[in-house]
Design a protein around this ligand. Sequence first.
Ligand SMILES: Nc1nc2c(c(=O)[nH]1)N[C@H]1C(S)=C(S)[C@@H](COP(=O)(O)O)O[C@H]1N2
Ligand SMILES: [Mo]
Length: 404
Amino acid sequence: MTDSTTLPRRHLLAGSAAALGALGLAGWAGGARAQQAAAPAAKPLPAYAGWKSPDALIVHSSSTLETRRAAFGTSVITPSNQLYVRNNLPAPDAAILDNREAWSVAIEGVKSPRSLTLAELKTLGVETVATVLQCSGNGRGFFPSKPSGTPWQVGAAGCVVWSGVPLRNVVAALGGLADGAAYLTGTGGEKLPEGVDPLSVLVERSVPVKALDDALLAWEMNGEPLSLAHGGPLRLVVPGYQGVNNIKYVKRVAFTGAQSQARIMSHGYRMSPPGSKASPDQPSVWEMGVKSWINGPLPDKGALKPGPVQVHGVAFGGTRGIKGVEVSVDGGKTWQAAKLIGPDLGPFAWRQFVLPVRLEAGTHVLASRATDTAGHVQAEQREENLGGYNNASWRDHAVTVAVA
Ligand SMILES: Nc1nc2c(c(=O)[nH]1)N[C@H]1C(S)=C(S)[C@@H](COP(=O)(O)O)O[C@H]1N2
Ligand SMILES: [Mo]
């Protein structure tokens, strides 16, 4: 893969400040990056994501970038250059974007299976949908059991707008589903490492076929051609489902009777009880549950002055959308209804919420608790599991601020 030590010449010719940053030559690129370089622990952005905003991101590794909690604004959409990144395999070579229209995806498990190019897909329909893209490991960093994997806090998530063709249009164009289709299976187009069982590394996920109602083959994100970091040229977007089911560089979509045999499906991303072994009979991480968290005020900037503050954050409900959000400034003893603000971009997007409060001198524990449109209330406690998945605990996501 292209990390900072093997950066290909192509990136150098691109000559972007970001590419220089990735090389550790931050000083060449001016003040902001010089400051970034001065921060001792900050790892550089990997080359394939070198265009991202370093100040907005925590670089856990070259394949795991997290949005800083303080970077989430209050205007709903997460800017692409601040959106988290998670790759289970090295990102493909950027050359796959050289001829986007020629990218092809095999459609199987339909009456007339065949491969379609991106150019052909574009003739079959266009739809735009806003979704929360969230890694199922978001919030893992709050598990006291310290599960292995990236200790994401809140920033392995964002709300973005996708544009592409509804997958159901593609299925209709190919004669409809073949008999026995129970799962929608998407396969990533990464080059697999040699000398290992392909199923042990292949990024291939199955979701229940009902997800076809909302699924999209997307080539655009936030108004731009889909970047390599986020799965360009083409991505399977499954609105309301955990991030891992949204297959980047999608090269095959199959309607199958059984779930994929790939390890990432059979054993990875399972809700395995603590102390157990992952196995295919445990629930997979599919639809997201109801969740919210506060993005401000945060303790980062030191003590607040006594007086009015706007407590704000984000709330989402998987496939069901948000009915309301309550906020507590006393660690969950009492709750007040927050106001949902900004545009409602549909059931798969997150809603911003705000509660104006006065905070007097002292320490305050701020928490938020969302309710989805089906009446499910965000849980107080996380569901303990081996992998640290699906953490929606409002208590874990509370923030403590000092006022003096
Ligand atoms: N082909 C492919 N698709 C993938 C992955 C991957 O490694 N390869 N990672 C998945 C995981 S675990 C997550 S959380 C999301 C991350 O999407 P992002 O990097 O665009 O934020 O992509 C999912 N789709
Ligand atoms: Mo993920």
